[in-house]
Design a protein around this ligand. Structure first.
Ligand SMILES: NC(=O)c1ccc[n+]([C@@H]2O[C@H](COP(=O)([O-])OP(=O)(O)OC[C@H]3O[C@@H](n4cnc5c(N)ncnc54)[C@H](O)[C@@H]3O)[C@@H](O)[C@H]2O)c1
Length: 333
């Protein structure tokens, strides 16, 4: 297969390395708005070449395209791939706003070109098992769900203005995962945020820490927490508490939380970030995308799923701005 990659930044580099290790990928064609980045990446990988311009991607006879560019470039790149009938894997979020997301959904429906969205947590073995546990009834009825996304350190300051903000950029993973694992929809949210770290978050109207209480359509209460400042290490846990049993994913000897009273133990080697914590999940979602390209499986995360998660992120943002409970119907169109 000849696979294209648009965006050679943090996640693009990770996806490129994973694709380079898959024998099915005969050629990897890399382009970035800053061509030097594409060149620097391509020279480090087998069977990879760099293009001088992103436009060239769409004339290079691709079997599939990975969009790992900055968020505000997603919609345009996805639409151009669809126009060229090239199946696309697009990092979350699918677009930086609702209009862009809708546009892609209607274009994808008429183009019949698969668009897979990069919610890799669905491919984490623990999260997949949690979904099975909930849907099988093993936990009884859920009373509480807790999900967290704690980054050890903030992203570069220049990443933040085009990221969409903490809820669309980061919490959206938790929002998608809660829908995926519980099989329920969210009916209302109450969100809050804080700025206690670097000024560049506040300067572009963002928060560095946020929480949201979600009420699900069966009455389950879910709490989501996220921060850019968890120096103990990367922590992405999902806890599900039911009337019969409770389970947690992301809790292992690398989870950066010290039980008290402290016991003598080896120093913890906490997860350094999402790339490490979800390494297997990123690999699995790309293997799934190649299966989609080859027609061997259906799309595991179509644009409609991304839209639902985006609605929830929008509802959280609105709740944060207006300091009130927001019904998800208020943001639905
Ligand atoms: N699924 C995940 O866990 C996960 C993790 C990190 C980032 N992401 C998503 O991936 C995307 C990239 O994030 P990142 O952390 O790699 O950012 P980054 O800033 O490190 O890299 C973005 C790259 O995109 C390039 N770019 C910008 N506009 C472009 C265009 N029109 N065409 C081609 N390249 C373009 C930039 O030059 C840069 O090299 C974001 O949308 C982010 O939400 C997802």
């Amino acid at each position: 297969m000849r696979i294209g990659l648009a965006g050679a930044g943090r996640i693009g580099e990770r996806h490129a390395a994973a694709l380079g290790a898959l024998p099915e990928v005969d050629a990897l064609v890399i382009a970035d708005a800053e061509p030097a980045r594409a060149r620097d990446l391509a020279v480090r990988l087998p069977r990879a070449t760099a293009l001088d311009a992103v436009d060239e991607l769409f004339r290079s006879g691709l079997d599939g395209l990975i969009v790992a560019a900055a968020t505000d470039a997603h919609a345009n790149l996805v639409e151009r791939a669809m126009a060229a009938h090239v199946p696309v894997f697009c990092e979350k979020p699918l677009a930086s706003d609702l209009d862009g997301t809708f546009h892609i959904i209607s274009a994808a429906a008429s183009a019949e070109t698969p668009v897979q969205v990069g919610f890799q947590r669905r491919f984490d073995a623990g999260n997949a098992a949690a979904r099975e546990a909930v849907l099988s009834g093993r936990l009884g009825w859920l009373h509480s769900v807790r999900s967290c996304s704690f980054d050890p350190a903030p992203p570069p300051a220049e990443y933040v203005p085009s990221s969409g903000g903490l809820f669309r950029d980061c919490v959206i993973h938790d929002l998608d995962l809660i829908r995926f694992v519980t099989g329920r929809e969210v009916v209302r949210v109450m969100a809050a945020g804080a700025n206690r770290g670097d000024d560049f978050f506040r300067a572009c109207g963002d928060v560095d820490t946020g929480s949201a209480l979600l009420v699900l359509d069966d009455g389950t209460l879910a709490v989501v927490s996220a921060t850019r400042y968890n120096a103990a290490g990367y922590d992405a846990r999902l806890e599900l508490f039911g009337s019969k049993d409770s389970i947690v994913t992301g809790l292992d000897d690398r989870t950066p939380a010290t039980p008290l009273p402290e016991r003598a133990q080896e120093p913890r080697r906490a997860y350094g970030g999402f790339l490490e914590r979800f390494a297997d999940a990123y690999d699995a979602e790309l293997r799934a995308f190649l299966d989609v390209v080859a027609g061997r499986r259906g799309n595991p995360c179509p644009p409609e799923e991304a839209l639902e998660a985006f609605y929830l992120a929008e509802a959280c943002e609105l709740s944060l701005r207006e300091g009130r409970t927001v019904g998800t119907d208020e943001v639905r169109r």
